[in-house]
Design a protein around this ligand. Structure first.
Ligand SMILES: [Zn+2]
Length: 464
């Protein structure tokens, strides 16, 4: 069901394109000046590429700059711990530090100043309020409920719990898991908007049905917002399945973000893509082989430059997300560019037996299965004939191995991702813990995967 949304900041959100680009040029010059003065890492990088700060007058000059990669930042942060010489601001001005989850084995630290926290979804955040209004919040009687796996990366969760005025509805922070209790809470507190990973949003909807609850009839939820798994709602059938679970009165939205970049965008009620707050981020979609920008509707790699960040602004940061964009005004009236679904984060998605899914989907099942410690490892390989993929999920049982856990997981993982795994139940404490998000995938179909995995584990142990 579509609830027409409103605007939090109509003037900025509906700016003509030339005004958006003019504002971006101005903010970009200020950012480049800050980076040049404050960040030895970037000064070195630009000098090596023969770039002078005065060469950067606006967005058209950006393509002359080298891109920044995650591996490069990780190497720099290992060279000069903890932040490398990347930050542009003095450490005395840092309000907090967030980090990437280390899915690819290279966790990053991202220091934020008080002003930077507003790029994330804090109560004072402009982007957060724009988002709420774009999905139908009108300052009425909404109650928000968030069920994320609150780790180190998601600091804003605690901030969200505070700061209530007419602009901000009350927000209940529940963390992931204990699904029957989540549903009970929704009913008793009158939750209207539910935020979680796409997989968990689906899981909660289906669990409700299993428990005999029709979410559309018996709960007040009118919107569910999935994030953290870029592109999952674009996967064929996923949105329909979500809609079936939650019922016709509930609208499903996708949002996107990354620890290094902050909030990247979200679908509005018109569902024509994810609006990027272009006065906070300058997003280029480039052809990864040539580095040249691609046009609207064409697929390319997303490359992002911060426009207001103080602590550790990143310039032309390529995170590996493949997407396309449109910059015509949306049906909702907003003019900021729309990402047409993120096709995937190149380093996260797994393809097994022709089906694509994210490790976080398996995680959502493991997290909700009684008797598991929550730790798991997905192992993908080829069978003896070297033709078919094999799919194994190793988990730890709370009180030693038992068969029920394996049977439940095989059934529930198959229901969510479409393939039945072989589940190996191990003793508690067998799998290596990572201090951030654990390494969840060992893909033995890749050359040198085992050695690479061992290195990641050794790295995780060193950090622990
Ligand atoms: Zn829109």
């Amino acid at each position: 069901m579509n609830r027409q949304g409103s605007f939090w900041n109509r003037q900025t959100e509906t700016m003509p394109r030339e005004d958006i680009e003019g504002l971006q040029d101005k903010l970009l010059r200020a950012t480049m000046d800050r980076v040049w003065r404050g960040s030895p890492f970037y000064r070195r990088k630009f000098k090596e590429a023969g770039i002078d700060l005065r060469d950067i007058r606006g967005r058209d000059d950006l393509r002359n700059l080298p891109v920044t990669t995650k591996l490069e930042l990780a190497a720099e942060q290992r060279r000069v711990p903890p932040f490398g010489e990347v930050p542009s601001a003095d450490p005395s001005s840092f309000a907090t530090v967030v980090g990437t989850t280390g899915t690819t084995g290279v966790p990053l630290f991202v220091p934020l100043t008080p002003s930077d926290t507003c790029e994330y979804c804090t109560p004072d955040s402009e982007t957060w309020l724009r988002t709420l209004h774009s999905i139908g919040y009108t300052g009425g009687s909404d109650v928000l409920q968030s069920a994320w796996n609150y780790g180190f990366w998601y600091f804003s969760a605690s901030c969200l719990a505070f700061g209530r005025d007419r602009a901000r509805p009350p927000h209940i922070i529940t963390s992931i898991g204990r699904t029957a209790w989540q549903l009970d809470l929704m009913r008793r507190l009158g939750t209207t908007v539910f935020f979680a990973t796409q997989s968990y949003v689906l899981y909660v909807g289906e669990k409700a049905r299993e428990l005999g609850i029709d979410p559309s009839e018996e709960l007040s939820v009118h919107s569910v917002v999935g994030g953290g798994e870029p592109g999952l709602l674009s996967i064929e059938g996923f949105r329909e399945r979500l809609q079936r679970a939650w019922g016709p009165r509930v609208d499903a939205f996708e949002s996107a973000g990354a620890s290094e970049m902050g909030y990247l965008g979200q679908e509005c009620w018109a569902h024509q893509g994810l609006h990027v707050p272009e006065d906070y981020l300058l997003v280029e979609i480039i052809d990864p082989s040539s580095g040249e920008p691609v046009g609207p509707g064409e697929h390319g790699e997303m490359c992002i430059t911060h426009l207001r960040r103080e602590g550790m602004p990143l310039v032309r940061y390529c995170i590996g997300d493949v997407t396309s964009y449109e910059d015509e005004a949306c049906g909702c009236g907003r003019t900021h560019m729309r990402l047409q679904g993120i096709v995937g984060r190149t380093d996260d998605m797994i393809k097994v037996k022709g089906l694509k899914f994210f490790p976080s989907q398996v995680e959502s099942v493991v997290a909700c299965t009684d008797g598991c410690t929550g730790e798991f490892l997905i192992v993908v390989d080829k069978d003896q004939s070297e033709v078919l993929d094999t799919f194994t999920v190793r988990v730890e049982a709370d009180c030693g191995p038992h068969d029920d856990v394996a049977a439940c997981l095989e059934r529930d993982i198959r229901a969510l991702v479409g393939i039945r795994p072989d589940v190996e139940v191990l003793e508690p404490g067998t799998l290596v813990r990572s201090p951030h998000k654990a390494v969840r995938l060992l893909d033995l179909r890749e050359d040198g995967a085992e050695e690479k995995h061992d290195k990641k584990m050794a790295y995780a142990k060193r950090l622990d």
